[in-house]
Design a protein around this ligand. Sequence first.
Ligand code: ADP
Ligand code: ZN
Length: 695
Amino acid sequence: MSIAPLDPAPLDPALDRENPGDLLARVFGFSHFRPGQEEIVRAVIGGQDVLAIMPTGGGKSLCYQLPALARDGLTVVISPLIALMRDQVGAMQQAGVAAAALTSGNSPEENEEIFSALQDRRLKLLYIAPERLASSATTGLLRRSGCGLIAVDEAHCVSQWGHDFRPDYLRIGELRRTLGVPLAAFTATADAATRSEIVDRLFDGSDPATFLRGFDRPNIRLAFAVKDSPRKQIMAFAEARRGQSGIVYCATRARTETLAKALADAGHPTRAYHGGLEDWERRKVEGLFQTEDGLIVCATVAFGMGVDKPDVRWVAHSDLPKSIEAYYQEIGRAGRDGLPADTLTLFGSDDIRLRRAQIDDSNAPAERREADHGRLNALLGLAEATSCRRRMLLAYFGEISEPCGNCDLCDSPAKLFDATEPVRKALSAMLRTGESFGTNHLIDILTGNATDKIRQRGHDQLPTFAVGRDLKRASWQAVFRQMMGRDLVRPDAERYGALRMTEAARPILRGESGLTFRADSIESAGSRAEPRALVSDDDAPMLSALKAHRRALAQAAKVPPYVIFNDRSLIEMAEKRPDTLDAFARITGVGATKLDRFGASFLAVITGQAETVTHPARVRLASRGGGSLYDRLLETEQALARGACGTLKPLSLSTAQRARLAEQRPRDLSSLARLIGDKATERFGAAFLEVLAEE
Ligand code: ADP
Ligand code: ZN
């Protein structure tokens, strides 16, 4: 790891603090802040304590990286994942920012280099793993290095009740007290309990400026399908997205292995990932996923925290997740770059039984188990939704919204039917048999299927025997599934899955309320939804060429491809086909340093020509939008080089003078003269002012 020099275009910190948008364009190459970013950035720059809750992919990193550049001194970033830190450091260095990471994976030489950079105060950003905080030397090191801001990524890791608890995070509060500097904490987990725990432990309970950004991820398409033949359904979904990176979440290790094999046999580059693998095997899959274009990983939920890939194009669940929160987090790993991403979640009665049993079998206190059932219910409600899924999902998080137009139910509304009668019949069959039987036996009763078991128990004599002949077996299965989904009945783990009625079913039984269910029981939403192409057919070959070039550069620099440019930038290049450095500089994600490093070679790919060498001052100007003005000034200057009459002694400006003109844009002769001198002003002044006035 080498440490990049400070930004080649010297910054004016005071100006950058005033106007962070400038820094956003110059260093990161972004023309706008994402929703919520600017307020957070301004608060952090201003030295306030900040707690920011943003959805995954909302752009949290920028909210401390940009302030780190605008503020004096060093910003230390505490982050739980080494792989993630490395990528961020790589990306910052590619953007020309002096950044480094102190991790257990560093070589002694790398550490030496970082320590000496810290001593010379050459670093703007230092990433450290929380384990470092256990050593008292770290605090001293940070103090001596002029650390003026602490940023905490994945701040929910400080919560003891969360699933990602990291004991070393508890030391952060102490670090803040000792250094006496502001702290900015970031997380995507927002429930109120976690939030107040973060405030207690990181800020000693004194309220930070808190920013809560909405949960919507509008670019992620939501879809559920009833599990019919899961392997076929997942294969069809992946096939329609061949070549794109995706994750298939599975409930068991065995399923990850069999699905991975099936996908690989069908020619998709695929790996399995689960807790049964050796540590190094897991690291390897994580690394491959991060660096290889278009890899599929079939994984248990263990695959997640370490995934920070912005261009995951799809997520599929071959089995129902355990709660609505888990669902949201898992689909959230798709489309962090904001480009369209697809999801498909399969579910069936067996999933519901499995998840209920897992909750009932856990050692958690009764209260906790009831809450877990509630979270599962919320997800089942989403699975069996009868209108816009996103609206329902967001409502769970307390956000009111309109139908989204980007979910399966907005695309094709569900067919509904009045299920009050069938549900009453089903409940009655259950109650008359002492709530001791599972779905299949109950359906036998309802459809009048006199099996041996039915006859032995005399169930063919019940008044409910054969009262449900009007519905087919598959329809009854759908009715029972939806009854479980609405938590009207629950499989009882202690009695081998026998169904038991819940309080929620009572009003229906008593005839006080009715029910509407979905009529469509089994269909393959997965194969039906066509993925949206990222670019038109015309632009696809150009996009591939740009990706190939990016891959070559990434391999040479030993970084993941998206660290060079993300997909969004490449797509914009393929669509807009910039043919000059100025046009290239306007592509999203192209900052000054990246323009410098990669502009010419990408232009060569786009125009199909060899690279040309351009003066660095000109390149820098292009990144600030002053490039074409520079060119017009140069044209004017060349036209008047020998005066309007064409007979005077040739006169020309230096590149630096021209760049300064384009940058400062003087409006009158005397300020012009201060920049280029009296002689040049006499010859070019009037013409220059005309050019400048056109701006
Ligand atoms: P988070 O940590 O919140 O999940 P990241 O910080 O990784 O998200 O950002 C997700 C993606 O969005 C990254 O590829 C990043 O470069 C991009 N991004 C962040 N801010 C902007 C912006 N203002 N304009 C365009 N892209 C952005
Ligand atoms: Zn919708």
